[in-house]
Design a protein around this ligand. Structure first.
Ligand code: ADP
Length: 389
């Protein structure tokens, strides 16, 4: 029974009851009691239905208002019949009618959908700071239309990063490949001439092939790290750091750089020993490569109640303050020629940041140009988001 007819039913039952009571006979009184009971039951039923319908409406409003997509429904009169909170957030206003829709491209698109009865969508840029929105409109009959607005700023940013990465990676790979080709041709010429220069070109060839292999290896590490670090095992970070630093003593000695390590307290972290070694290697390698002869590199591990801190401090070239915010980006180099000369790939610090973040930690740098740099990695001592997941 509809709520309206239920209410009429209650009215009729009450009227019968009153009339019967007025008649005054025993049968009449019984009929009056029955009618009263029915009226009471019907009143209860009506209240229950109204409560249920109120609840359903509230749930619907809650769902529509907690959606990230903006929803806007235009009625046949082209006025807004429904607008959720996200729509107001995305468009910066609650349009009262189709004519108030902004920007103009969007308004024209929605009008076109209403006139043609064919769904359409458009991507528009809005506001400052700028956001990108995808707006889809669907005809809803009799000139009405449903408009759904989705914020696609983040997905466009990720797509741009991916495009830049592919362009940069191709460019970085093209240079050593071109060098290898040219050197191989020169080597062949030197062998045919018997000029005696062949061994020099062979060494150069080897050097270029090594550079190519380093770029490939860093690219593969980075792509693996982008999907998280693999295993969550307990790692003695102090021992791991001491071992890695030890492996660099020969390289430091050859560069005339004094390399020391202070990692005496036990520092336990949970994570991937393989990736943490990669992190330490990249920081120590950089510190040696960017420090001139006679300089120093100090590696330190310290633990506290919250976690473990690794610092790699050098007295090297330092980084200009304008470049500091970008050095952890893939392929970003302050001095491209120096990086290339010393065997850099431009990916080392991106790898460091990925490993730190995969372990629930962070990587940062403070530096003074011409004085030196200190790279700091913070790791939680036990567990991490990436591994607990
Ligand atoms: P690269 O392979 O070129 O060293 P990285 O990603 O490891 O690439 O580092 C990015 C850039 O940050 C480097 O090219 C260099 O300009 C700068 N950089 C990194 N570590 C140091 C450091 N210890 N001292 C000075 N500059 C550094």
């Amino acid at each position: 029974m509809e709520s309206g007819s239920l209410a009429i039913g209650i009215g009729v039952a009450v009227a019968i009851g009153v009339a019967a009571a007025m008649v005054g006979s025993r049968a009449g009184r019984r009929r009056a009691l029955v009618a009263e009971r029915r009226a009471a039951e019907a009143t209860e039923e009506l209240a229950r239905r109204e409560a249920t319908s109120r609840e359903a409406g509230a749930v619907q409003d809650l769902i529509l208002d907690s959606m990230q997509e903006g929803i806007l429904l235009f009625g046949a009169d082209r006025r807004s019949a429904f607008v959720n909170d996200a729509l107001e957030h995305h468009l910066g206003a609650r349009p009262g009618s189709m004519d108030e829709l902004l920007p103009v491209d969007l308004r024209e698109m929605v009008r076109g959908v209403v006139e043609s009865s064919v769904p359409a969508s458009i991507e528009v840029e809005r506001g400052a700071p700028s956001r990108w929105l995808r707006v889809a409109a669907t005809p809803a009959g009799d000139g009405a239309a449903l408009v759904v607005v989705t914020d696609i700023t983040e997905s466009r940013r990720i797509e741009a990063v991916r495009r830049d990465f592919v362009t940069n990676a191709s460019h970085e790979l093209k240079t050593p490949v071109a060098s290898i080709q040219a050197t191989a041709e020169t080597l062949r010429g030197a062998i045919e001439d018997g000029s005696g220069a062949a061994p020099r070109f062979a060494v150069q060839l080897e050097h270029e092939a090594l550079r190519l292999s380093r770029i490939m290896s860093d690219l593969l590490d980075l792509s693996r790290l982008e999907s998280g670090s693999e295993d969550g095992e307990p790692v003695g970070f102090d021992t791991l750091v001491r071992d890695e630093v030890e492996r660099f003593q020969e390289q430091a000695h050859a560069a005339g750089v004094f390399l020391s390590v202070a990692a005496t307290d036990p520092a336990a972290v949970r994570g991937s020993a393989r990736d943490l070694s990669l992190l330490v290697r990249n920081l120590v390698d950089n510190a040696i490569r960017y420090t001139q002869e006679g300089g120093t590199v100090l590696v330190r591990v310290a633990g506290d109640a919250d976690g473990v801190t690794l610092t790699v401090r050098d007295s090297g070239a330092g980084i200009p303050s304008r470049d500091l915010p970008r050095v952890f980006e893939r392929f970003y180099r302050v001095d491209r020629a120096r990086s290339r000369e010393t065997g850099g790939t431009g990916l080392g610090l991106a790898i460091v940041r990925h490993v730190a973040e995969n372990h629930g930690g962070s990587a940062s740098v403070v530096s003074e140009f011409g004085i030196g740099s200190t790279f700091t990695v913070r790791l939680p001592s036990t567990g991490s988001r990436a591994f607990d997941a």
